[in-house]
Design a protein around this ligand. Structure first.
Ligand code: NDP
Length: 328
């Protein structure tokens, strides 16, 4: 029987590592031996009961990220022993997730781990890094080149922001990291940011909908006034990838940046990204690991039993970099 971290209810989760019956794993044609998962902010909310993340029935196994090997497959697409990564599609929210020694998935939701990328490395990247790469791909698709001008990365010390900073800097972009965490300045410079701005630089909603064009592009994990300001300060034909709402879900803007400067607002949804895009993103992430582009992104490896304590820490904003869960 696989061991798993089990939650008893949304409000009072009582996270406990225990054995679960394989028959209770969700439906799906592929059974996975999970090697590593990762701890994301969302997981922290689910495990501490501080946010309404779990939409499935309780008892529930959280963990939005999964990496491991195929144990059994009823689909021709996968064979026992294949190395795979699973993120999104409701994993750890609607369906039991990665904080367990085994998980079950639909064949079409899996992506082959690229050669050279270990399960631990994949979970060091996790949904946060995958989302950062989708954002970088969006900028590239919209023709934003390294020589076009500064790229703003907001929520820069967070999981998405720090990996976006490292990826963009390694690709030669001039990254301006926007952060409210003063202790992260050296870390962000180490990841390749050439300028560090305080959050307040983009949170003045008195600046109006069209300001001096500064940004050739942006990766925004904050939303709210920050996103509106990024749009107002975008240069001609800039692209702003909107991937998060750490500062709030509202967006108060006008059409002017779009119709007078040709600015693109690109939406990023890692949960339902189509397979071809997932494969491209994971291939590029494997290349980033191989070339050392992510080498300075901090990694902490914890065990399944450490997840409750680290969930409190991530929700309190006390973690830096990425937290990998070794479930074995
Ligand atoms: P983290 O908690 O690791 O990072 C968020 C960062 O945002 C913080 O580190 C902080 O950075 C900044 N921040 C926090 N609170 C505020 C605030 N009130 N105002 C302004 N900035 C703030 O989360 P992730 O990086 O994992 O996720 C970032 C966002 O992206 C979240 O909203 C998350 O829900 C979303 N997300 C979206 C995905 C998608 O598919 N679109 C996938 C994954 C995440 P600093 O101190 O440096 O300013």
């Amino acid at each position: 029987m696989p061991r798993a971290l089990v939650l008893q209810s949304a409000a009072d989760p009582e996270p406990t590592v225990t054995e679960v019956d394989r028959a209770d794993l969700p439906d799906g044609d592929v059974l996975l031996d999970v090697l590593h998962s990762s701890l994301n902010y969302k997981d922290g909310l689910a495990v501490t009961g501080k946010g309404k993340i779990v939409r499935g029935d309780f008892p529930f196994v959280p963990g939005i990220d999964v990496a491991g090997t195929v144990a059994e497959s009823a689909s021709d697409a996968w064979q026992a022993g294949d190395r795979v990564v699973l993120t999104g599609w409701g994993t750890g929210e609607d369906r039991w997730g990665g904080f367990a020694e085994q998980a079950r998935s639909s064949a079409e939701h899996l992506v082959a781990l690229p050669d050279g990328l270990s399960a631990e490395d994949a979970m060091w990247i996790g949904t946060a890094g995958f989302t950062a790469m989708l954002s970088v791909l969006a900028l590239e698709d919209h023709g934003v080149d390294a020589g076009d001008g500064p790229i703003a990365v907001t929520g820069a010390s967070g999981g998405v922001g720090s990996i976006a900073t490292a990826l963009l800097a390694a690709a030669g972009y001039e990254v301006h990291a926007v952060t409210g965490t003063e202790t992260a300045h050296d870390y962000l410079r180490g990841l390749g940011a050439s300028e560090i701005l305080g959050r307040e630089a983009l949170s003045d909603d008195a600046g109006g909908p069209m300001q001096k064009g500064v940004w050739a592009g942006a990766v925004d994990s904050v939303g709210g006034t920050t996103l509106a300001t990024l749009l107002a300060q975008s240069k001609r034909h800039a692209c702003v990838a909107a991937c998060g709402l750490a500062g709030g879900p509202s967006l108060n803007t006008t059409v002017f940046p779009f119709i007078l400067r040709g600015v693109t607002l690109a939406g990023i949804d890692s949960n339902t990204a189509p397979t071809a895009l997932r494969e491209e993103a994971w291939s590029r992430l494997a290349e980033a690991v191989r070339t050392g582009a992510l080498a300075d992104v901090k990694r902490t490896v914890i065990g399944l039993g450490d997840v409750p304590e680290w969930s409190e820490r991530i929700v309190a904003g006390e973690t830096v970099g990425r937290v990998v869960v070794d479930v074995r």
